[in-house]
Ligand binder design. Structure first.
Ligand code: MOS
Length: 697
């Protein structure tokens, strides 16, 4: 790639290439696009959790000056059926959960639309709802697969026999609550029909997939639909596919014959954009007295809705973490009268590793072994259940180097003995992991006659820094300075790349950008360096390259260290220190990588101490659907938080040697904090979040 004269861009801490646009307000987010003649939509959500809409009385709303339409199942244009029933808005009178859309008002102004939405009278026939996840429910079932396509259950050896005959057994149940994604920018759409063509300005992690969903729903050629999403204010999975609001905007624009803008309120996000399922997880570990694991059993119960199945892969990390001859994982689901759960940063790995890594800590105590030594003792040679060799695995280095950096070696394992005034102090550790995915992608690069290069791929920069990383990759492959590169992302008209999900953006889009730039260099060499007036373009498609990758176990690993202070009188928990040590292949940009890691770790701190969506059983809905009541950390909660990494070289992934880093930071953080709380207090909290009442009860 790079030659001697120019310092490589990859590996440098290039600041965000779109940072100036963002801080000066010039970067346009979905709702900020100026569209002439735009109208505004406001939503009416169901006030029952289960039943049917008997009638919609729009009289008062329609009487309001400026109201253009009230749309409900009674008058909405018909949509084609698609796999995701959440997108079938206004297609039937059935209500599957509280907050499900039953009507929308379109008006000349947002204020009028909102006011009119409050005037729409909806009558229901409610039936009794069932919204509580419980392990004795008669309708619990086994899904065929778990997200995205893992087997629901696995079994190796005889785990029950090993549990029966073991020196030491840990058998505990851990629970995580429902939690909701809250990116800074709520979901927003502006839909514009012109003739039979639809353009949507959207906040999405995947413009191409959203385009396909709209084409299917409205039964138009995908080439007649364009989804434009140049800047996205966070997603975490909630913007990984089309959500109901984009369908409402497109439907409404068709009904009123004008562009329609619809930005969700923070409250509406708690019904319409997915959430992390609550889980009930039973972990059983059997070990010899020296800590050598003989059996690992992880049984998961989680929920889905009655209209669409989402089965989170909560136990899949347990399949790859530690050696043990006897093992079993199971996932069970219960379909309730609730919105469909969906992706939220490290779905599966995140709640699953809270349970597994808490159980490992309990085992270390039972075996009187240091928790780091216990993990190292059970390090597997190959991926435990598949038998595949690792492309690279440096969990042990993360644990050792992290321990040295954190100051672990003189730790007294006795709980509840360190004090600073009124505060008890403890430290905890947990492992982290996230799979390394790579998808085939297309990309294009054009050499322009003005000497600049335009890289284009339908990826998305959801705040991760993707635009910057792709600039670095192109600069090195073309051997030109980064300031000659322009990167176009977030537009379904660009060469197709995968969704910004699964921590695979850099590996997937970046791999294609390398190939496109190599092809461009070859073309330029043929032209002897002369660029014609209309430029030179090269395209790449890495579908075949990715399909031909060797069958290896590809995962990123890490170790999370936490120090906590607990006030035993009030139950208050503070986290003065968090350290994440990661082995994630080549670090493309230390500044952006650190930002991804500490962002994930902050979200893990939030999971440990704050976030929970509280169900009101009587009303059948999550109660705390605003930031007054749904708590996320403020700056005062996040103290000394640091991320570091070990040198890892892995040439079995993509041309850059990088692993994904967007999600691993959240994994393991909650367990490290819970383990530290136990070390500080002697109290094992097996139900997140670790609130005061769970420590002083
Ligand atoms: Mo992430 S939950 O794969 O967007």
């Amino acid at each position: 790639m790079a030659t001697a004269l120019r310092a490589p861009a990859i590996g440098s801490s290039l600041s965000r290439v779109d940072g100036r646009l963002k801080v000066t307000g010039q970067a346009l987010y979905a709702a900020e696009h100026q569209i002439s003649g735009v109208t505004h939509a406001a939503l009416v959500g169901a006030e029952i959790a289960a039943g049917v809409v008997r009638g919609v009385d729009a009289t008062a709303a329609l009487a309001l000056p400026g109201v253009l339409a009230v749309i409900s199942h009674e008058n909405a244009p018909r949509l084609a059926r698609v796999d995701d029933a959440e997108l079938a808005v206004f297609q039937s009178s059935a209500v599957a959960y509280r907050g499900q859309l039953v009507a929308a008002v379109v008006a000349e102004s947002l204020e009028t639309a909102r006011h009119a939405a409050g005037l729409v009278r909806v009558e229901y026939d409610a039936r009794e709802h069932d919204v509580a996840l419980r392990p004795d429910h008669p309708r619990i079932y086994q899904p065929e697969k778990v997200n995205p396509a893992y087997p629901s259950d696995t079994a190796h050896g005889d785990a029950d026999a090993a549990l029966g005959g073991a020196d030491v057994v840990v058998d505990e149940t851990y629970e995580t609550p429902a939690v909701h994604n809250n990116p800074m920018e709520p979901h927003a759409s502006i839909a514009v029909w012109a003739g039979g063509e639809l353009t949507v300005y959207e906040s999405t992690q995947g413009a191409a997939g959203t385009r396909d969903s709209l084409a299917e729903l409205f039964e138009v050629d995908p080439r007649a639909v364009r989804v434009v999403s140049p800047h996205v204010g966070g997603g975490f999975g909630s913007k990984g596919k089309a959500r109901p609001q984009i369908v409402v905007a497109a439907l409404a624009a068709r009904v009123v014959g004008r562009p329609v803008k619809l930005a969700l309120t923070r409250r509406e996000m708690f019904s319409l954009t997915g959430y992390r399922t609550p889980t009930i997880q039973r972990l059983r570990l059997a070990a010899n007295s020296d800590g050598a694991l003989q059996a690992i059993v992880h049984d998961v119960l989680e929920q889905t809705s009655t209209i669409t199945e989402f089965a989170e892969q909560t136990a899949t990390a347990t399949r790859i973490m530690y050696a043990a001859a006897n093992r079993r994982t199971t996932h069970r689901l219960l379909a309730l009268d609730v919105p469909t759960p969906s992706w939220m940063r490290a779905p599966g790995e995140c709640p699953g590793m809270y349970a597994l890594e808490s159980a490992l800590d309990e085992l270390a105590i039972a075996c009187r072994i240091d928790p780091i030594d216990l993990r190292i003792r059970n390090e597997p040679e190959v991926e435990p259940e598949s038998g595949k060799p690792w492309s690279s695995r440096n969990l042990v280095a993360c644990l050792r180097d992290g321990a040295a950096r954190f100051g672990w070696s003189d730790r007294d394992p006795t709980p509840g003995v360190r004090r600073d005034g009124n505060w008890l102090i403890g430290t905890g550790v947990a492992s982290s992991t996230y799979p390394t995915y790579r998808s085939g992608s297309r990309a294009a690069v054009e050499a322009r006659v003005d000497g600049r290069f335009t890289v284009s791929v339908c990826g998305a920069d959801i705040g991760t820094g993707a635009r910057t990383i792709l600039t670095q990759i192109a600069a090195d492959t073309l051997d030109v300075p980064t300031d000659l590169i322009d990167v176009e992302l977030g537009d379904s008209a660009l060469p197709r790349g995968p969704v910004a999900g699964g921590s695979m953006g850099t590996g997937s889009w970046g791999g294609a950008v390398v190939r496109a730039c190599e092809a461009l260099r070859a073309k330029l060499a043929e032209l002897g360096g002369a660029i014609p007036d209309d430029g030179v373009e090269a395209l790449a498609d890495t579908a075949d390259e990715v399909a031909a990758l060797p069958k290896l176990a590809r995962h990123a690993f890490g170790a999370q260290f936490a120090e906590v202070r607990v006030n035993p009188k009030t139950g208050e928990v503070r986290v003065p220190r968090l350290l994440g040590m990661f082995a994630v292949g080549r670090i493309m940009n230390p500044k952006l990588a650190r930002s991804q890691f500490i962002g994930g770790m902050t979200m893990g701190l939030s999971m440990a101490l704050f976030e929970q969506s509280l169900l009101d059983l009587e009303f059948g809905d999550y109660l705390n659907h605003d930031f007054a009541q749904y708590h996320v950390p403020s700056a005062a909660d996040v103290l000394d938080i640091d991320a570091a990494w070990v040198d890892e070289h892995d040439d079995q992934l993509n041309p850059m040697g990088s692993k994904g880093i967007g999600e691993i930071g959240i994994v393991g953080t909650a367990a490290a904090i819970a383990n530290a709380v136990h070390h500080a207090t002697g109290i094992r909290v097996r139900r997140l979040p670790i609130t005061s009442e769970r420590l002083i009860a």
